[in-house]
Design a protein around this ligand. Structure first.
Ligand SMILES: [Zn+2]
Ligand SMILES: [Zn+2]
Length: 355
């Protein structure tokens, strides 16, 4: 039983703010503070931002050296002296907000995910591509008995979809929802739109997305469109009353995706943007005014959303298992990143390699 005997663990470490400066290292097992727990990691999801950080494509600087990985589930092996309600052996998943101040106006109004002091696992604080991770007990969530830790490691992306589609958009039965980008977040937004009762759910991808578009049809989409093969805007504006989609969810982020969103959204409709696109848009936003469109950005999630998502998983309303296409040990992190970037994988989960 590793923890008492081993003082080190294998971890995927980004060690410099230059492209490619990531490697497997032996690092000390973290020591939990009074309000933390130490979690033995079972599974970690690979997020689209992980390869970006590896290749230094992010607009922010990373606190190097840093263990990557922010989507995880595991078992508590040690609880700090002030921790209440959690004990060794508890199966948990965790929010990604490794730190936030707790006292600013945003923290006090359940918007702590937007606190200026917020620090994310795998971005500013050591993450979970490792044998163990230290987690403040305030962001822990219990994994229901009938949900596997493998599936629970994907709770975070489901929370992104829940917060953006359920909390920050309005979807009603009878609505048409278009989702741009059939990656994991897109698929989960499709699922949330289905749960909310949308009647037409359109997945939009491009060349290279053929398999993902196909999968979207068995995951809640009623229609899948490939923008490299057909005129997506004309198709969507020929449906129903021909005014366009009530809600467009953009998980892709590039400026063409915003242009398409403005084209296919109906007057007085909504555009919810989740995907990041660091480049300037380069076109007029006047259609936003002419159509009286609500455009809103979306980032992250909060405690209440995590609890709801775990209920959806436990009750089988959101089954995340079909999204996991690959499982690899963490020393194959580079191959995992390749699978994500080439869109060959939908979701890859990694497993620790410590005893
Ligand atoms: Zn992520
Ligand atoms: Zn705060």
């Amino acid at each position: 039983m590793g923890i008492e005997m081993n003082k080190t663990m294998k971890a995927v470490v980004k060690y410099d703010n230059v492209a490619g400066a990531t490697e497997i290292r032996d690092v000390p097992i973290p020591e939990p503070g009074p309000s933390d727990v130490l979690v033995k990691v079972a599974f970690i999801g690979v997020c689209g931002t992980d390869p970006h950080m590896h290749r230094n494509l992010t607009s922010f600087k990373i606190n190097v050296p840093l263990i990557l990985g922010h989507e995880f589930a595991g078992t508590i092996v040690k609880a700090g002296s002030e921790v209440q309600g959690w004990k060794s052996g508890d199966r948990i998943t965790s929010e990604t907000h490794a730190d936030y101040c707790g006292v600013c106006p945003l923290c006090r109004s359940n918007q702590y995910h937007l606190c200026r002091e917020r620090k994310g696992f795998g971005f500013h604080i050591d993450g979970a591509f490792a044998g163990y991770v230290k987690v403040p007990s305030r962001i822990l969530h219990k994994v229901p008995d009938n949900v596997s830790l493998r599936e629970a490691s994907l709770t975070e992306p489901l929370c992104v979809a829940y917060k953006s589609v359920v909390c920050n958009s309005l979807v009603r039965p009878g609505d048409t929802v278009a989702v741009i980008g059939p990656g994991p977040i897109g698929m989960l937004c499709i699922k949330m739109a289905q749960i909310c009762g949308a009647s037409e759910i359109i997945a939009i991808g491009t060349s290279g997305d053929e398999n993902r578009l196909k999968q979207s049809l068995s995951y809640g989409a009623t229609m899948a469109l490939d923008s490299s093969k057909e005129d997506v805007a004309a198709k969507i504006k020929s449906l129903g009353d021909c005014y366009g989609a009530d809600l467009v969810v953009d998980t892709a982020g590039a400026s063409q995706a915003l242009a398409l969103s403005l084209d296919i959204v109906r007057p007085a409709g909504q555009i919810t943007r989740i995907g990041w696109g660091p480049k300037p848009v380069g076109f007029t936003l006047d259609p936003m005014i002419a159509k009286s469109v609500t455009v809103q950005g979306h980032f992250s999630h909060t405690w209440d959303v995590w609890e709801k998502c775990l209920v959806l998983m436990s009750k089988g309303q959101a089954d995340l298992k079909p999204l996991i296409t690959h499982e690899l040990p963490i020393d194959q992190w580079e191959y995992a990143f390749e699978l994500i970037e080439s869109r060959k994988a939908m979701k890859v989960v990694l497993t620790p390699i410590d005893e």
